[in-house]
Design a protein around this ligand. Structure first.
Ligand code: BGP
Length: 469
């Protein structure tokens, strides 16, 4: 659809950016923090781990001042479960509570709205050792952890996200500490974990609405449009399969409180259906989100698949499709360019995705991740000329504005990432931030913060409320 006139971004639009605790904070074993699965996970040895990361734990005031300088209206960050409960449950660590109190107060000092992810991949190791998300006790631990957060911070935090990219955790089980091996087989334990997470999430939606009246809560999966490789009906069916298994399984459960039929029949076919307790479906139905947050980096293209055997399964990269024998197979999209890290760049697909989600669920949307990972270069006089990042973000924002004009309700945009941080599995040199952090994979240098070219560009986007992209 070509619009003669574009809608403006809403006056109170949440301009901001995102990070997650284990990727940005560092101080992995300080101030009483316990270990998480990300601290000890399957991490490649040739890139930085998460021990120091961007050392935001010790630099948060300086970092927030820079966010305020860019004009952020919101900042999405996650709370490290193991700072609050070093063992996942039981004894509370007061130093952890204090840290996030200071961080939240620092944001409010600049009128930046905190947008908090409760759980971003970093399950406490102590819970994992007791079976993690295959153990029903983890539901209670998660609900209890969320309840403490609502009690401690609920007076000041009005926007909450339950679980970051639950779908990526399940589809790429060994990248996020759910599985320990490189098994090619699809496992029942993953879909059991998925089920328990869905139940835990629904309980937390419910609990929040009972406890807090003037705040909002939603899920935060990674949702993308799926293209068929051709107009061949079997390819279209393959795209429909992948969409159900990758996207709608998660959002149908979060919003409608039921399992998506195609995804359920896939689980039956593979013999991986979760074990349900009699009350589970009632709990799912009772939990309702107020909005949908989603992360978007790229689209995916798939074709039909005839193979009987799984291949290329559980590779660490969450944006690369794992082929599913008999259901779908990854295809390159010849119309799209790629980032240096092989992720296809698809701004138009962003508009399509926004429309698809909104027309299916009719809830307000917020984009909680979108961005370009690149090898930035620190040049003379402390400059980083990341025009490629500006181009990426600009082209996506143009499509977001088109989606707004199409009638999609979007209330915020938080690209990944506010500041450079350690990539989930590709180190610090896969950079995403508006703010450069001066360190290498193993040489920590001075961890100095340097404004990139995109910093100034985004500052102006926010100052003009998106009139100048
Ligand atoms: C998402 C995660 C983020 C972040 C981002 C970029 O899947 O929610 O935590 O890691 O992807 O990915 P990567 O770090 O692999 O480049």
């Amino acid at each position: 659809m070509i619009h003669k006139k574009l809608k403006d971004f809403p006056a109170d639009f949440f301009w901001g950016a995102s990070t997650s605790a284990y990727q940005v904070e560092g101080a992995w074993n300080e101030a009483g923090k316990g270990l998480s699965v990300m601290d000890v996970g399957n991490h490649p040895e040739d890139v930085a781990d998460f021990k120091v990361a961007s050392d935001h734990y010790h630099h948060y005031k300086e970092d927030i001042a820079l966010m305020a300088e860019m004009g952020f209206k919101t900042y999405r960050f996650s709370i490290a479960w193991t700072r609050i409960f070093p063992e996942g449950m039981g004894k509370i660590n007061q130093q952890g509570i204090d840290f996030y109190n200071s961080l939240i107060n620092e944001l409010l000092k600049y009128n930046i709205e905190p947008l908090v992810t409760i759980y971003h991949f970093d399950l406490p190791l102590a819970l994992k050792e007791k079976g993690g998300w295959t153990n029903r006790d983890t539901i209670a631990a998660f609900v209890n952890y969320a309840e403490i957060l609502f009690e401690e911070y609920g007076d000041r935090v009005k926007y909450w996200l339950t679980i970051n990219e639950q779908n990526m955790m399940i589809l790429h089980g060994n990248a996020f500490g759910l599985l320990d091996d490189d098994s090619k087989d699809i496992k029942q334990e993953l879909y059991q974990s998925n089920h328990l997470m869905l139940v835990a999430q629904a309980k937390v939606f419910n609990l929040y609405h009972q406890k807090v009246k003037n705040g909002k809560i939603g899920p935060a999966p990674n949702i993308i449009s799926i293209y068929p490789a051709s107009s061949k009906p079997e390819d279209i069916l393959a795209a429909n399969n992948y969409s159900a298994i990758r996207n709608w399984l998660y959002l149908d459960a979060a919003v409608f409180g039921r399992y998506n039929a195609t995804a359920w029949s896939f689980m039956q076919e593979k013999n991986i259906t979760p074990q349900l307790k009699s009350n589970d479906l009632k709990i799912l139905k009772a939990g309702k989100p107020d909005f949908i947050a989603f992360n978007y980096y790229t689209t995916a293209t798939v074709a039909e698949d005839f193979k009987a055997e799984a291949e290329n399964r559980f590779k660490g990269d969450q944006q690369i499709v794992d082929n599913e024998p008999g259901l779908y197979r990854r295809q390159q999209n010849e119309y799209l360019a790629e980032t240096e890290f092989g992720w296809e760049i698809d701004p138009v697909g962003f508009r399509t995705t926004l429309r698809e989600i909104y027309s299916r669920y009719n809830l307000p949307l917020i984009v909680t991740e979108n961005g370009l990972g690149a090898y930035d270069k620190l040049e003379a006089e402390d400059t980083i000329n990341d025009d490629y990042r500006i181009n990426y973000l600009r082209s996506h924002l143009k499509q977001l504005q088109l989606a707004l004009t199409d009638g999609v309700e979007v209330f915020g945009y938080c690209p990944w990432s506010a500041i450079d941080l350690v990539s989930t599995h590709q180190g610090i040199n896969k950079r995403y931030g508006f703010i450069y952090v001066d360190r290498d994979e193993f040489d920590l240098k001075d961890l100095r913060r340097i404004r990139k070219k995109s910093f100034y560009w985004y500052k102006n986007v926010i100052a003009t409320n998106g009139q100048e992209l």
